[in-house]
Write a protein that binds this ligand. Structure first.
Ligand code: PMP
Length: 406
């Protein structure tokens, strides 16, 4: 990266903490990322200077907050290269976006006997909402299998596609394996079969440039808190031609045009999908996070993290008894592994005492664990502020944990 790593780390106050007297090595970025000072400052600025409910007020503060919220929407539009601001819907996270589409799309397009395609590596958030919809609509859920390496088997996908396939929902990047899926190819194949595609970008937008028009996806969702922004924020992108056809997901203020007891007409996009008081404060802080990563450059972030990934992959191999899951050549710096026969939790606890934060368990991907024939892994997930020294610290910690658990 052209921006110095020490400068970047200094932007994140939490990273200078010590844990049990050891410098914090934060490798749980797949779960959530830390926040740069600009994001924290924006939250303070919004509440100290600009807080008023948006869209409804005639007064100065309300107009300012409304303008700020809509500017945040424009920033998101540019960040993912959407064609129009009205295609950007603020949500509370990736989960909320998937639920909204599973419901609204299901109401509009799914008939009994239709197929919904997912993949083995989906997060529970991209499984359960579709199961609920399929149960409601008597539709069938089908699963695109993956290889031992953790890559989609595209020939099997081609076989599963049929005139009954309505929608394919898949993750851009696996939160457990780090696999970067060939989403562009999947989208092309799905479109040729007449199906729509939702891409779960929860583990992608913070690691690489995303261009929804180039991908040609129909829907794209992500969470703000994994993109250095505040919790309780997220984005649902949808092609306006499609979103206009879908019924609203939730009813309430702001999403309406005219309300009568006899019937209600709905507001236009994006407001049709933003019922109630929007989270304008956190959306503005998310805008600050996006401006922050954009100033560094998503291409630069991707290149830096790829070199970190290659180094970590090589170094982790030196740990006795390590077994890796997710060895696709095209992957992000996310490593899932087990150490001999030791329970992942025990390894995680020992690492924690050394100040190294990893996650252990199923990572909300139980069907993937079943496929791998395991009950859980240790997961180390890196972000733009992690260093090569931290890879060394993780590797040293694993060597030590291995010998302690002998
Ligand atoms: N999809 C993927 C791939 C994820 O990693 C996550 C979060 N771990 C989600 C969806 C859900 O995100 P959230 O809990 O922020 O809604």
């Amino acid at each position: 990266m052209s921006t110095n790593i020490d400068t970047i780390r200094a932007d994140f106050p939490i990273l200078s903490q010590t844990v049990y007297g050891k410098p914090l090595v934060y490798l749980d970025n797949g779960a959530t990322t830390q926040k740069p000072q600009v994001v924290i400052d924006t939250l303070i600025r919004m509440y100290s200077e600009m807080n008023a409910n948006i869209h409804r007020g005639v007064h100065f503060l309300s107009e300012q907050a409304t303008r700020q919220y809509e500017e945040a929407r424009n920033t998101v539009r540019d960040f993912i290269h959407a064609a129009y601001s009205q295609e950007i819907i603020f949500t509370s996270g990736a989960t909320a976006g998937i639920n909204a589409i599973a419901f609204s799309y299901g109401e509009r397009f799914i008939r009994p006997g239709d197929d919904v395609l997912l993949t083995t590596m989906e997060h529970h958030s991209n499984i359960v909402p579709w199961q609920m919809m399929c149960a409601r609509k008597q539709a069938r859920l089908k699963v695109i299998p993956i290889s031992e390496q953790g890559e989609l088997i595209l020939e099997e996908f081609a076989r599963l596609l049929s005139p009954r396939t309505r929608i394919v929902a898949l993750t851009h990047v696996s939160n457990t394996l780090g696999t970067i899926n060939p989403v562009e190819q999947v989208i092309r194949m799905a479109h040729l079969a007449g199906a729509h595609v939702l891409v779960d970008g929860a583990q992608a937008v913070q690691h690489m440039p995303v261009d929804v028009q180039k991908l040609d996806c129909d829907f794209y969702v992500f969470s703000g808190h994994k993109l250095f922004g505040p919790t309780g924020t997220g984005v649902l992108y949808g092609k306006s031609s499609l979103l206009n056809e879908l019924p609203p997901y939730q009813g309430g203020g702001d999403m309406v045009d005219c309300v009568r007891f006899e019937g209600t007409t709905y507001n236009e996009l994006p407001f049709k999908f933003e019922a109630g008081t929007s989270n304008y404060v956190d959306a503005t802080a998310l805008q600050s996070a996006i401006k922050y990563v954009s100033a560094i450059g998503m291409e630069q972030i991707a290149a830096y993290e790829t070199s970190l990934m290659h180094y970590a992959r090589e170094q982790l191999q030196t740990v006795p008894g390590i077994r890796m899951y997710g060895t696709a050549p095209l992957k992000t710096a996310v490593f899932s592994f087990v150490l001999g026969d030791h329970h992942p939790y025990d390894v995680g606890m020992i690492l924690d005492k050394m100040g190294i934060a990893v996650r252990t368990g199923t990572h909300c991907t139980q069907p993937l664990m079943d496929f791998l024939g395991i009950t859980g892994t240790i997961r180390a997930s890196f972000a733009l502020y992690n260093t090569f020294e931290e890879v060394d610290q993780l590797v040293a910690g694993l060597h030590r944990a291995g010998s302690m658990l002998q």
